[in-house]
Design a protein around this ligand. Structure first.
Ligand SMILES: Cc1cc2nc3c(=O)[nH]c(=O)nc-3n(C[C@H](O)[C@H](O)[C@H](O)COP(=O)(O)O)c2cc1C
Length: 190
């Protein structure tokens, strides 16, 4: 028998919805590069491709993205779990995260912020709307160039391949990895 629902703490609500892939935001301002993991990202539009990024104003990345209106959204995998987590536990003004965590910057084509070589995909982005940055830390960015590692995308991201295990943040230091890909069947006839 299904149990009666129990009240859920409002400050943990995000943990029920949080499973999209963690991404690494790379930025560059005044010659200085930086990396910040965020779990709060969501696609907003197909064409032109737009994404929403929630980048807290406490972060150096907020200042960089707000100033340069550019960033790269990189997709990390389980191979670099500890680097991803550690990038989110320190600040760019104190730590050169590329050096400290042995991540490799690669030049992008349309923006000054670098791609991260160890990630399986990188989206070069230009901020098109930062009106809600002040009130909600929300940036809307347009993807102007996109790169993916060969062999891990065939119509869909092949998260069933061992080298494409994206990271899904449950909260704190806990992450979930994707398992198998399943195909849904429509229960309506046309
Ligand atoms: C897995 C993970 C997910 C995170 N998600 C977000 C997020 O969605 N938005 C945010 O503002 N900070 C998020 N953070 C915290 C930032 O990554 C953290 O404040 C970081 O140190 C900021 O770096 P910076 O000051 O060098 O830009 C997350 C941290 C981790 C480890």
């Amino acid at each position: 028998m299904k149990m009666a629902p129990k009240a859920f703490p409002l400050d943990k609500v995000y943990r029920l919805l949080n499973h999209g892939p963690v991404v690494l935001i790379s930025s560059k301002v005044g010659g200085k590069t930086n990396i910040m993991p965020i779990a709060w990202q969501v696609p907003l539009e197909f064409d032109p491709p737009l994404v929403c990024l929630v980048i807290g104003e406490h972060s150096d990345t907020f200042k960089a993205v707000n100033r340069t209106k550019e960033c790269v959204v990189n997709l990390p995998t389980a191979k670099i779990l500890n680097q991803v987590f550690s990038c989110g536990r320190c600040h760019g003004h104190a730590v050169d995260k590329f050096k400290q965590f042995q991540l490799t910057p690669l030049p992008a084509t349309k923006v000054k912020a670098p791609l991260i070589k160890e990630c399986i995909a990188s989206l070069e982005c230009r901020v098109v709307d930062n009106k809600m940055a002040k009130t909600h830390n929300l940036f809307i960015a347009r993807v102007v160039a996109a790169w993916v590692e060969a062999g891990i995308f065939k119509e869909f991201l092949r998260v069933d391949r061992s080298r494409a295990k994206t990271l899904h943040h449950l909260g704190g230091d806990k992450f979930m990895l994707p398992g198998k890909v399943v195909t849904a069947r429509k229960l309506l006839s046309e």
